[in-house]
Design a protein around this ligand. Structure first.
Ligand SMILES: Cc1cc2nc3c(=O)[nH]c(=O)nc-3n(C[C@H](O)[C@H](O)[C@H](O)COP(=O)(O)OP(=O)(O)OC[C@H]3O[C@@H](n4cnc5c(N)ncnc54)[C@H](O)[C@@H]3O)c2cc1C
Length: 385
């Protein structure tokens, strides 16, 4: 063995960095992050839209988001780096009674689990926030002013920088090629830079997580799914500050980023697989939805070279998978965020660090165990974007 670590984290994205930070803050500094790229954050983290919201449908997602929002609001104090948290809100717009009821039911759950700021809003209130919307068919919506956006790279940098200051090591340009398991216990990892002896390994490999789990002989139901983002040229006709707008009739959503507008839409014709190319096909489809909701988008130029695609790491119930791997002592999962890994990175770091250190966490993480799929205890999250 050429190196020793108390904990090896496979993947130096936002999730791996948050886990390292939370371990180090709890006094566990013998942590080694292994990242195969030359820089951190080149996986899904750099592709994120940076959205943060607590308007979810399940207790665990709501609580993880509340933890995140507090963390992002105090990020500079915690890490010395700004998260650029902008509390511009998320605005869900309903065009059917079923959708409006769904928002109302979710809001009751959100209130019960500690989110006090979300409110139901009328069409008139929606139009006041974004006057450019075609709103004839909108019958109301839900708005939460503490939802908003962060800079994913800033968050990753803050976590990683503070972790390093606390003694965490990071190996870049190093690929994990195997996990050594003896008598059902992790003993080390094999890498392109030699072997590392360790008793604890965390899988924080984003869309590549299933392959990492397989190295230890464990099945992990995480599948990559391409998501594409359109970035427009300078947009002057929309307000300088407005919430993330979600058109529930199509799933189309958009927000401001500086001078530009970012647009996203869940294309139900997309198929699973490791795909990261941005396509013209998608651009045509999303612009149809965009123009139907905001006709002025028809004149807003888009340079496809500034658009991008990345991968969601999807679990069967669109919830994170966090916890010990069954049958392999010392292997932990922090995977399957299904498009919420940036906003749930702070809570995931805290929960995973607490699990490794055998401490209680701020929330009971048991519902997130991978065993839920075999046991039929799925946590269906329907408020997926
Ligand atoms: C288009 C798009 C928009 C999104 N928008 C949002 C949003 O608005 N809000 C939100 O919360 N989330 C969003 N997400 C999801 C979010 O980006 C991810 O959930 C999050 O970045 C996952 O972070 P991660 O650290 O787990 O994975 P990653 O950032 O992918 O990091 C995993 C790392 O593991 C490394 N790795 C893999 N295999 C190995 C190996 N064998 N050896 C060493 N290293 C390895 C990779 O190189 C990578 O750097 C979006 C995702 C996409 C694609």
């Amino acid at each position: 063995m050429s190196a020793i670590a108390d904990v090896v984290i496979i993947g130096g994205g936002i999730v791996g960095s948050s886990i390292a930070y939370h371990l180090a803050e709890r006094g566990c500094a013998g942590v080694l992050i292994i990242e195969r790229e030359e820089k951190q954050g080149l996986g899904s983290t750099s592709k994120s839209m940076g959205g943060v919201r607590a308007q979810f449908a399940t207790e665990i997602n709501i609580q993880m988001s509340l933890y995140a929002i507090e963390c992002f609001a105090n990020f500079e104090e915690l890490t010395g780096q700004t998260a650029d948290y902008r509390a511009h809100g998320y605005l869900f717009c309903a065009t059917t009674a079923a959708h409006l009821n769904y928002l109302k039911e979710n809001q009751a759950k959100q209130r019960a689990f500690g989110l006090k700021d979300a409110e139901m809003v009328s069409r008139e209130e929606i139009v006041k926030m974004v006057p450019q919307l075609i709103a004839d068919d909108i019958i109301g919506g839900a708005y939460c002013p503490t939802d908003g956006f962060v800079d994913p790279h800033g968050v990753l940098t803050g976590f990683a920088k503070r972790a390093k200051e606390r003694g965490v090591r990071i190996w870049l340009n190093t690929e994990v090629t195997g996990i050594s398991v003896e008598n059902g216990e992790v003993t080390g990892v094999k890498t392109t830079n030699g072997e590392v002896s360790t008793r604890n390994v965390v899988n924080a490999a984003g869309p590549w997580a299933a392959g990492i789990a397989q190295m230890a002989g464990v099945e992990l139901p995480v599948t990559p799914l391409r998501r594409q983002i359109v970035k427009t040229q300078r947009c002057d006709f929309l307000p300088a500050k407005f919430p993330m707008v979600i058109d529930m009739s199509t799933g189309f959503h958009f927000r401001r980023e500086g001078e530009a507008i970012l647009m996203a839409w869940p294309d139900d014709e997309e198929t699973y697989g490791f795909k990261t190319a941005f396509t013209h096909d998608f651009l045509e489809k999303i612009l149809t939805h965009a123009i139907n909701r905001v006709p002025q988008f028809v004149d807003l130029p888009v340079n496809p070279k500034q658009c991008w695609a990345g991968m969601y790491e999807v679990s069967p119930d669109h919830h994170a998978i966090i916890g010990a791997a069954p049958g392999v002592k010392g292997l932990f999962f922090a995977n399957g965020f299904s498009g919420h890994g940036v906003m749930h990175s702070p809570a995931t770091g805290r929960i995973t660090a607490d699990l490794i250190l055998g401490q209680p966490s701020f929330v009971d993480p048991a519902p997130l165990r991978v065993e839920r799929f075999a046991e039929g205890r799925l946590l269906e999250e329907t408020a997926v974007l």
